[in-house]
Design a binder for this molecule. Structure first.
Ligand SMILES: Nc1nc2c(ncn2[C@@H]2O[C@H](COP(=O)(O)OP(=O)(O)OP(=O)(O)O)[C@@H](O)[C@H]2O)c(=O)[nH]1
Ligand SMILES: [Mg+2]
Length: 378
């Protein structure tokens, strides 16, 4: 008789469960990166109008807030609530043309997703490195710099590879050269790597390059207090159709002030400014979408958990990433949407009413699924 078991281990994997996603905030100087970092993480790092020497990046790992997990957790008050997590890194400002510098590039290459914080606010006390504030210009300029940085790394590698191939014509070398030449051609046209449709084998060859123009890119425009209504229509400042990129707007100053308030005062001011949600909610929705990630939940003996999972992952992949024993002994996944479980009140009730489906290995996990893996123990 197969025994049932659920294990709770976070594991990193390019296809299945994402251990912790890393979004790195970067951009030109004095755009509000640290202000946004504070808004996203709840940190209270001091922000300054003027620079005082070299700055180290700020980093925080934070739980991803999810109302669905909160509600599930209320259903199981005796269990600990454990959220999926997100890593936020806040880099120092980079000068115009500075992205290609190796020290800055190193940080950006490590990111799963990039958040470009764009100056949209006017404030003569906060210096800006160009004559006027022009968010659309800065977005285009950053995108060009990213493409140039990728082009330089391709050209570098191609130079060395050609020398290697003169000595030995290895099949791997020839394959790598082919794909890099295709990428070079694309970048030279000003088109990002994410626009290329690459086969999994090709993706594997170029993975170590960690091309910046292949990463999800979220532009967050820090608008002026007077332009707060643009938060709902960022496309009026800059519109991007490119897959893998997205434009949002926020107002760092007003949101920071509102977050200082308590309870009802917060709601009153939110309404007054016409704000429906905080930046963190919009940021998370967009970053999950850009990363093509969904959330599923598990209810174990002691914990209720949310997990980040690549869209189109199978139940077997999800199980295997939680624990290899579950993958090996996978029998079936019991599946119910989070709100249906809430409506039923308990797993027992949901089983009795036939609200739980039994799914096999190939089932594609859906956003909001609560999964229970039946498996045999080895
Ligand atoms: N008026 C106004 N000022 C802002 C806004 N957001 C940030 N600031 C101010 O701009 C200055 C710089 O803010 P930071 O958040 O430190 O900007 P940063 O991009 O992290 O700066 P560096 O890391 O030095 O490049 C501070 O004085 C902030 O108070 C905003 O929305 N409106
Ligand atoms: Mg900063």
């Amino acid at each position: 008789m197969a025994s049932q078991f659920i294990g709770w281990y976070l594991m990193g994997c390019p296809h299945g469960i994402i251990r912790i996603m890393n979004f790195t905030l970067f951009g030109y100087p004095k755009t509000g990166k640290t202000t946004l970092f504070n808004l996203l993480t709840g940190a209270r790092i001091e922000v300054k109008s003027y620079d005082q020497g070299k700055k180290e990046p700020n980093a925080r790992t934070c739980p991803v807030p999810d109302e669905r997990l909160d509600k599930l957790s209320q259903l199981f008050p005796e269990k600990e609530k454990i959220s999926a997590q997100m890593d936020y890194i806040d880099l120092a400002g980079v000068s115009y043309g500075g992205i290609k510098n190796e020290s800055y590039l190193d940080y950006l290459r490590k990111a799963d997703g990039l958040t470009h914080v764009v100056r949209g606010f006017e404030n003569i006390e906060v210096p800006h490195h160009r004559e006027k504030i022009d968010a659309a210009f800065d977005i285009k300029s950053i995108e060009e710099e990213i493409i140039l940085a990728d082009l330089l790394s391709v050209e570098n590698r191609l130079g060395r590879l050609e020398k290697e191939l003169e000595k030995t014509k290895s099949p791997e070398g020839i394959k790598e050269k082919e794909i890099l030449e295709r990428i070079k051609e694309t970048l030279e046209k000003g088109v990002s790597v994410r626009q290329l449709s690459l086969k999994p084998a090709e993706e594997k060859i170029i993975r170590n390059f960690a091309f910046l123009s292949q990463k999800p890119l979220l532009h967050m425009i820090n608008v002026d207090e007077q332009d707060i209504m643009l938060i709902k229509e960022p496309e009026k400042i800059y519109s991007s159709e490119e897959k893998g990129t997205c434009v949002l707007a926020f107002c760092g100053k007003i949101e920071s002030e509102i977050l200082e308030l308590e309870g009802e005062d917060r709601n009153t001011f939110m309404k007054e400014y016409g704000l429906e949600e905080f930046s963190i909610s919009r940021f998370l929705k967009s970053s999950y979408k850009l990363m093509d990630v969904i959330t599923f939940f598990t209810v174990g003996k002691e914990e209720v958990k949310s997990w980040a999972l690549k869209r189109n992952s199978t139940a077997l992949q999800a199980a295997g990433k939680i624990h290899t024993d579950i993958e090996k002994g996978f029998i079936r996944a019991e599946v119910i949407q989070w709100d249906a479980l809430l409506a039923q009140g308990s797993f027992q009730e949901a089983r009795k009413t036939g609200s739980i489906r039994l799914e096999g290995k190939e089932y594609l996990v859906q956003d909001g699924d609560v999964l229970y893996f039946r498996h045999s123990q080895s």
